[in-house]
Design a protein around this ligand. Structure first.
Ligand SMILES: Cc1cc2nc3c(=O)[nH]c(=O)nc-3n(C[C@H](O)[C@H](O)[C@H](O)COP(=O)(O)OP(=O)(O)OC[C@H]3O[C@@H](n4cnc5c(N)ncnc54)[C@H](O)[C@@H]3O)c2cc1C
Length: 337
């Protein structure tokens, strides 16, 4: 089996950073990897690529890394698929981990399959569970058929590459390991050769959390009746430190941009709390938010499908319920989740 690594050790986490900050999803992965590594008697290696990012190593250690490999080079300053794949692949070849974990973000979704292909190994995508298994080391859980079924995936080929949905695990800081090591990886110039040059990165103007990483999401659908009423959801979201999302109907009608769409043809989210306002709960919508820990539905139709999956249902008019909730939560100084 060409390209398959035989001697393998530990769990490697690709630590995604943006503008010099580690993304929350990578801290979640480090935390869970450290739990599993503890059960298996293995170690966690964090890999950080970028420029002037050595200072991020301490945070990676705080969240579970026993070893941090820093690949620092000007060509790695902004994420581009070619150099990132080549550098990561050679680090994996050198370290021979049992598993390589990435967040199921835009970057992780692009990088993971390419890495798996270059290494000649298998990949599990968009996993919503990850646990230690005595026989195969790791067992991944992933939803299939738009969330209608779950499959459990294991691989005996090393390393197994997997992307894990943001918010699947909690990011838990621990007492940093005194014996944790930070290693600089010498980036060879040809490995970092750029075929694409990113001239500018324009960040979305919103101060709200990124949808796929948000702990609280307030989503609106056709029941909002027009684009102007999304401001009401924005106020609600700002009161609880959440993000705003939408059903496809609201996006297709041009009420909000496609980047807000949750569902089969939109984003997959996994918040702690998802409040669906005027959304019927079509299967394609549920495909994108079915793994939310707690779902609250506000709908004036008691027969709406969303109530079948909701943890709490409010039968009522969104235009009455949402301002009332916002007002009440403002009064109680809602604690940020
Ligand atoms: C291939 C494919 C891919 C798709 N991908 C997606 C996707 O990614 N995401 C997605 O969301 N959909 C997707 N859809 C569309 C999906 O099938 C539904 O049409 C869509 O989710 C419905 O959106 P909605 O719930 O906002 O609208 P509706 O189904 O029309 O529901 C509106 C709800 O609002 C309630 N309501 C109305 N007025 C009020 C009020 N004043 N107060 C309270 N409640 C009120 C109604 O009772 C109703 O339940 C896809 C469809 C296909 C075929």
């Amino acid at each position: 089996m060409k390209g398959v690594l035989i001697l393998s050790k530990g769990i490697m986490v690709f630590v995604e950073q943006s503008q010099g900050n580690i993304r929350k999803t990578s801290l979640e992965l480090l935390s869970q990897a450290s739990v599993i590594a503890g059960q298996a008697g293995e170690a966690v290696t964090a890999v950080i690529l970028g420029q002037n990012i050595e200072n991020l190593a301490d945070e990676a250690i705080q969240y579970g890394a026993d070893k941090v490999i820093v690949a620092d080079a000007p060509q790695l300053e902004k994420y581009t698929i070619g150099p990132y794949t080549r550098v990561l692949k050679s680090i994996i070849r050198q370290e021979e981990p049992q598993a390589v974990l990435l967040g199921n973000t835009a970057t992780g979704r692009e990088l993971a399959p390419r890495l798996a292909q270059r290494l000649g190994v298998g990949q599990a995508s968009d996993c919503t569970g990850l646990e230690y298994a005595a026989d195969t080391f790791l067992r991944f859980k992933r939803p299939v058929y738009a969330g209608k079924a779950l499959v459990y995936v294991s691989s005996k080929v090393r390393p197994v590459v997997a992307t894990i949905r943001p918010n699947t695990f909690q990011a838990v800081a621990r007492v940093p390991q005194q014996q944790a090591v930070v290693v600089k990886y010498p980036v060879e110039s040809e490995a970092a050769e750029l075929s694409v040059i990113i001239r500018e990165v324009v960040l979305a103007g919103s101060k709200r959390p990124e949808l796929t990483e948000a702990n609280i999401i307030i989503a609106g659908g056709r029941g909002l009746k027009g684009p102007e009423h999304f401001a009401m959801l924005g106020e609600f979201a700002d009161t609880v430190g959440g993000a705003v999302a939408a059903s496809r109907v609201a996006v297709d009608a041009g009420w909000v941009e496609h980047e807000y769409q949750v569902g089969q043809t939109g984003k997959t989210v996994s918040p702690t709390l998802y409040i669906a306002c005027g959304i019927s709960g079509a299967i394609q919508h549920l495909a994108g938010m079915g793994s939310a820990r707690c779902v609250v539905a506000i709908n004036n139709d008691p027969e709406a499908n969303i109530f079948k999956i909701a943890d709490y249902g409010i039968v009522g008019d969104v235009f009455e319920v949402v301002p009332m909730l916002t007002q009440q939560l403002r009064k109680t100084a809602y604690p940020q989740v």
